[in-house]
Ligand binder design. Structure first.
Ligand SMILES: Cc1cc2nc3c(=O)[nH]c(=O)nc-3n(C[C@H](O)[C@H](O)[C@H](O)COP(=O)(O)OP(=O)(O)OC[C@H]3O[C@@H](n4cnc5c(N)ncnc54)[C@H](O)[C@@H]3O)c2cc1C
Length: 249
């Protein structure tokens, strides 16, 4: 969904998100805004990419061209690139591709060598590849993995990640919690490379007031909305992170 919003488009950096009020004026459900990553920026416009999983995203999917949407942002911290990094490996699991494309666009514009590893359940659930045409024409290398083998290599994203990590200076990932747990629990997968992850923790306010998204990290308690959503994978105490799909593990 493309939105005209010059203030956000001109100030945001990759990894940030917005809180979207997903209800009609005068209505009161759903009460809380929903966090969505900034997926792309083009001039005064920004794009959101979302999966319809509940009331809020369903409401959003019924908006029509010309409608207005109440958005708060840009919020949160951002992905960072170390001064001596040249080759970046971006890993997207499912709808986690949303913020990774923003980072790919940003890094390609600045001359980095970027590989985007996309993992999805099947070809049907794949991010439309034509959306990456411009990025590919500026050098993006795309590797696709599907769980059922209907597109690209068959298997889980973690398998391909361990093959590609050696060629990267830095790794960035966004995906479901089981993917992070698998990566963080097996140091070989990352080939010892520094890795940043985007946490899609459920949150209430989105800007540090309610503490609803607090997690434990090696640096103490941190709010995903304000101290994150981007964290160093080594800093997160993964048992403190609630899986939005299945609850606390
Ligand atoms: C910083 C941040 C960035 C995000 N960016 C995106 C994005 O770019 N695109 C996108 O589609 N989603 C994104 N999410 C997740 C999104 O905010 C939630 O899926 C949201 O709850 C959807 O609202 P809803 O009202 O449609 O569903 P809800 O009614 O809130 O949830 C319905 C069901 O969906 C499942 N669910 C809820 N949250 C998540 C989650 N985080 N991951 C997986 N399943 C969930 C649960 O099973 C829940 O019961 C992001 C979350 C965070 C914190």
């Amino acid at each position: 969904m493309w939105l005209d919003c010059p203030q956000i488009a001109s100030t945001t950096v990759p990894g940030q998100f917005v809180m979207v009020l997903c209800r009609n004026q005068g209505g009161d459900v759903p009460l809380l805004r929903r966090p969505l990553s900034i997926h792309r920026v083009d001039g005064d416009r920004m794009a959101l990419l979302y999966a319809v999983v509940g009331q809020g995203t369903r409401w959003l999917s019924h908006r029509k061209p010309g409608d207005q949407v109440d958005i708060l942002g840009p919020l949160g911290n951002n992905f960072t690139i170390d001064a001596d990094s040249k080759r970046l490996l971006l890993v997207a699991g499912g709808i986690g591709i949303a913020p990774t494309v923003a980072l790919a666009d940003f890094a390609l514009d600045r001359g980095y060598i970027v590989t985007l590893l996309i993992g999805s359940r099947s070809a049907l659930h794949m991010y439309p590849e034509d959306q990456l045409d411009r990025a590919v024409s500026t050098g993006l290398n795309v590797v696709v993995v599907t769980e059922d083998g209907s597109k690209g290599r068959k298997g889980m994203v973690t398998g391909a990640l361990s093959d590609l990590a050696a060629g990267a200076d830095q790794i960035y990932a966004c995906g479901p919690l089981p993917m992070y747990r698998a990566i963080s629990g097996d140091i070989d997968i990352l080939d010892g490379k520094p890795a940043q992850v985007c946490l899609e923790q459920m949150m209430g306010c989105g800007w540090g007031v309610c503490y609803g998204c607090t997690i434990e990290t090696k640096n103490g308690l941190q709010k995903v909305c304000q101290d994150g959503p981007i964290f160093d994978i080594k800093d997160v105490m993964w048992n403190s992170v609630v899986d939005p799909v299945v609850g606390r593990l």
